[in-house]
Design a protein around this ligand. Sequence first.
Ligand SMILES: NC(=O)c1ccc[n+]([C@@H]2O[C@H](COP(=O)([O-])OP(=O)(O)OC[C@H]3O[C@@H](n4cnc5c(N)ncnc54)[C@H](O)[C@@H]3O)[C@@H](O)[C@H]2O)c1
Ligand SMILES: [Zn+2]
Length: 407
Amino acid sequence: MADTAQIEEIVKQVLASMSGVVSPGSGENSGAAGGVKGSIPKTAHVAMLTALEHFDVKEFPMPEVGDEDILVKVEGCGICGTDAHEFKRDPFGLIPVALGHEGTGEIVKMGKNVKKDSAGKDLKIGDKVVTCMIFKDNPDITMFDLNRQNVGGADVYGLLPDDDIHLNGWFSDYILIRKGSTVFNVSDLDLYSRVLIEPCAVLIHAVERAKSTGILRFNSNVVVQGCGPIGLICIAILRTMGINRIVAVDGEQKRLDFAKELGASDSVNFKEHKGIEALTAAVQEKCQGHLADFAFQCTGSPAGHSNIYKFIRNGGGLCELGFFINGGDATINPHFDICSKEITTVGSWVYTLRDYATTFEFLKSAKRIGLPIDKLITHTYPLEEINQALKTNLAMQGLKIAIINKQ
Ligand SMILES: NC(=O)c1ccc[n+]([C@@H]2O[C@H](COP(=O)([O-])OP(=O)(O)OC[C@H]3O[C@@H](n4cnc5c(N)ncnc54)[C@H](O)[C@@H]3O)[C@@H](O)[C@H]2O)c1
Ligand SMILES: [Zn+2]
């Protein structure tokens, strides 16, 4: 037995040295701030969007790691709607650009001045990290008020203009995290959970906005309209908060079935009900005869926005988060929908740094109570197949699509 174990260990070491990676704890200076993990290749690979609907995987020299920098070996990165917009239309005019902001990986080298992450947790070689916003102009903002700045006004890796370093996005095998970036040590989360952090932060923020109304409580009747990744994560978060009565509304039966796995108590397929009155009656029936105390609008459909008021009781609350980008105007009746019902409405857009910290705890709670959160990632592709991965995303197949690097 001992011999077999020894042989396995030798084989592991040989394989590790062939791929330039040394197992945790055996790297030079590992365990201490500063230093290098194993041998780092001389070049890195970055998927650059070089033309509309076309990535080239380019090879660049591995950059110098400055005293404040962190070199991360990328393990994976989710594909976001924003990546899909850039791929299709380049609305930000960034081509050529290294995309990918929902990424995670392992620290392989860090500058001598890097000691802690943005939450004050120690950082060392081998730790798994994610990045959030970059405050180049005002790095102190993370210290004086984590909650004030919305990510909408900040830079993020994966949406930066190209520069001499090129390792600026998470669709790559290495990324260089520079001074002024927010970085979190998330070594206690598994790879799929880490890939899901960024989209989950959007919903943690939305639920925080909802709580600010004082209407959302543990025993509320809640409607979540739209069961794409956004609505599904919303349901899972509500479930980890102990909310039991969650009615999911969508037109795709498969998504509604998954909504139940993630914590919805019931579901309504809007395609089975003709007209808003019949639909409202169906929602009410699933809410034990009541209208909803609170509703989350998670579709990008103006008709969805118009409908949702009907599902909410007098004095209830609404969080509208379905329009990350302009989706057009929606018609409502101000008298019936808002004024006479005295509905409290909040909008929610992106997240703050504080929401990131809450997200880590949500992901652990979701696992603890057995929600199959990993199943949100329905397709994975290696970096070389990134063009196909984006095409799958644009074809609206599956839920979350991710690039997972070969290790
Ligand atoms: N607030 C934010 O910061 C933020 C961040 C990311 C995404 N978003 C927005 O959230 C929305 C949802 O994102 P997603 O990734 O889950 O999208 P998605 O397209 O995968 O899911 C939308 C779901 O809504 C359903 N739907 C459409 N019309 C409906 C209707 N009238 N009634 C009920 N269901 C209906 C669809 O069948 C689909 O399952 C998007 O429009 C996106 O712009 C907002
Ligand atoms: Zn995103």
